[in-house]
Design a protein around this ligand. Structure first.
Ligand SMILES: Nc1nc2c(ncn2[C@@H]2O[C@H](COP(=O)(O)OP(=O)(O)OP(=O)(O)O)[C@@H](O)[C@H]2O)c(=O)[nH]1
Ligand SMILES: [Mg+2]
Ligand SMILES: [Zn+2]
Length: 348
């Protein structure tokens, strides 16, 4: 296999102002009176972030090492012990770090506070796992087909983006496969979220996507096989990231991209490619907070009789009334219930 780490590196510095990003209105997302106190370990990890003057950006963490852009090159660095837990570091692509020479090597000695983050619970669910740091946009990629469009996965990404302070852009890819777009995508257009329709085969929407991403740091996420790496290749044909066919049998994709990695594309686009995931777990979210991340449901909930209404069984629930009248989309309500149920059962 080709050494993808030696692909071209264009290192640039920039000031990003998110003036062309469609951020949606901010409701308070934390419920008052609910103790969401971080546990001792989370507080201790938080303390490792500092107000430093960074001289490098993490491209891809690699156990207790990390590929870092530093002095115009991509450098494999050791990560200081205090920034590691066990056999991996706390770094994520996009982290701003301090690199210092150490012995014959370079070492990451500090990491700056993050301005935004995309995270999930680590495999055992006990700890936060960072997917990307300091990004402006989350490009949530879904496909017309292969694999089938699932609102649940998208809704979880939208929640994670909102929690992490990242503006979402939805990309409906593979439009060449079917003329008919899944009806459910209209729900997101009605929510005033930016929805782009793209095809890496016909080139539809690629220029529009390029314009959306110009001048921003983005992370691309979604199920395996939806075409995340193909889209990045389409944005900059010099790149040639490895992509692979979706398996016909189970439509689940094959997890072609196995590590997250930051790329610099032509035209001022910084973008982090990530491995596909089947289900995004939600970190640090309580069941009773889920509705706050569904702007459509949160809007109706203001008129529920009980301020702590779960919108499941209470009388005089404005959310269920909206559902019955058709003002609230059934797919959104179902998705809300599924996410809430999974958090309640402790599976995130
Ligand atoms: N027909 C069609 N196929 C596409 C399109 N975009 C990507 N593909 C194909 O879909 C398959 C999966 O694409 P990848 O780019 O590897 O998907 P990915 O989302 O990066 O997958 P992971 O790395 O496993 O998460 C490949 O065979 C691509 O050629 C598209 O717009 N139309
Ligand atoms: Mg990929
Ligand atoms: Zn209600």
């Amino acid at each position: 296999m080709k050494d993808r780490r030696r692909k071209k590196k264009r290192v640039r510095k920039r000031d990003w102002s998110p003036n062309d990003v469609d951020t949606h209105a901010h409701l308070p997302r934390r419920l008052s009176g609910v103790d969401v106190g971080l546990d001792a370990e989370a507080v201790e990890i938080e303390a490792r972030f500092e107000d430093i003057d960074p001289n490098g950006v993490v491209v891809s963490p690699y156990g207790v090492l990390a590929f870092v852009e530093f002095q115009g090159n991509e450098q494999l660095c050791r990560v200081a012990e205090r920034l590691c837990i066990g056999r991996s570091s706390i770094l994520a692509p996009g982290d701003h770090v301090r690199v210092e020479p150490c012995e014959d090597d370079f070492c990451v000695t500090g990491v700056k506070h993050r301005k935004s983050k995309l995270s999930r619970p680590a495999t055992k669910g006990q700890r936060e796992q960072l997917i990307a740091a300091n990004v402006d946009l989350l490009v949530c990629v879904v496909a017309v087909a292969q694999p089938r469009f699932k609102v649940g996965v998208l809704d979880r990404f939208l929640i994670a983006a909102d929690m992490g302070g990242i503006a979402p852009v939805i990309v409906m890819n593979k439009t060449d496969l079917r003329e008919q777009r899944p009806d459910q995508i209209r729900v997101y257009e009605d929510l005033d979220l930016p929805v782009l329709h793209t095809s890496c085969v016909t080139g539809e929407g690629i220029e529009h996507l390029r314009q959306q991403l110009r001048g921003a740091v983005s992370v691309v996420a979604g199920q395996s096989g939806v075409g995340k790496s193909s889209l990045i290749n389409a944005l900059d044909p010099d790149l040639e990231i490895v992509t692979q066919e979706v398996s016909d049998f189970n439509e689940k994709g094959r997890h072609t991209t196995s590590v997250s990695r930051l790329y610099h594309l032509a035209g001022g686009i910084d973008i982090i490619d990530t491995p596909g995931i089947r289900q995004l777990g939600l970190w640090d979210l309580l069941p009773e907070e889920v509705a706050l991340y569904f702007p459509d449901i949160a809007g109706f909930a203001l008129d529920c009789k009980f301020s702590d209404c779960s919108h499941i069984h209470e009388p005089a629930c404005a959310v269920r009334e909206a559902l019955e009248s058709g003002a609230l989309a059934q797919v959104r309500y179902d998705s809300y219930r599924r996410i809430r149920d999974s958090l309640e059962s402790g599976s995130r």
